[in-house]
Design a binder for this molecule. Structure first.
Ligand code: MG
Length: 202
């Protein structure tokens, strides 16, 4: 199982990090060892002093495929949830400044929070609202309507390079409002009004 992530998929977030708007999806991956197991706390790693939450819609692939046309992409997923793409921003800035790959800042252990999956039946994929609550306050809000590349386009683009397999996950990018976490924080993710994860930082 692999986790394919999209960077800079919301214009306002690209702006807040001073990144140009992409003309094609920006992809990177996390290994399966990056998954935070349900019920486990997130242990703040000692290699970073600036871990950020990035709240994102996550889709799960249900069918194997490659070279998938965007118009058939909806046949490849039927469930979604909210996740966090934890990012060691200090390491990422360092890697970016040297033109080096991001992996150590993005793909480390526990860097992928994945909530409980919800069926897409009756849900408009292009109008899903989601938010993150940190210590009881809403800190980040998004809606899939604001994605630069919708999930169908992301699947079309990714599947030219990578065969998609059952259980693969897509993290589809974060809206604006990313921020720092600290030891002791509680992070709760919501799809609409449904709480899908609850993680404590230790
Ligand atoms: Mg992200």
């Amino acid at each position: 199982m692999k986790i394919i992530c999209v960077g800079r998929n919301y214009a306002e977030h690209a702006k807040e990090l001073n990144n140009a708007l992409p003309t094609e999806p920006v992809l990177f991956m996390k290994p399966d060892s990056a998954l935070l197991r349900k019920g486990e706390p997130f242990f703040y790693p000692n290699f970073s002093e600036n871990i950020h939450y990035e709240t994102e819609i996550v889709f799960r692939i249900k069918k194997i495929g490659r070279h998938i046309d965007a118009k058939f992409a909806h046949k490849y997923f039927a469930e979604y949830t909210i996740g966090i793409d934890f990012t060691a921003r200090d390491l990422q800035d360092k890697q970016k400044s040297k033109g080096l790959p991001w992996e150590i800042s993005k793909a480390f252990d526990q860097s992928a929070v994945v909530g409980d999956f919800l069926p897409l039946t009756g849900v408009d994929v292009h109008n899903i609202s989601f938010h993150l609550v940190k210590n009881g306050e809403i800190v980040q809000k998004g809606n899939t309507a604001n994605m630069i590349f919708p999930i169908e386009k992301v699947i079309e683009y990714s599947s030219q390079f990578f065969t998609l397999k059952i259980g693969d996950l897509f993290f589809t990018g974060t809206p604006e409002g990313v921020g720092k976490i600290s030891i002791g924080d509680r992070l709760e993710g919501f799809a609409g009004d449904v709480k899908v994860f609850d993680v404590v930082v230790k």
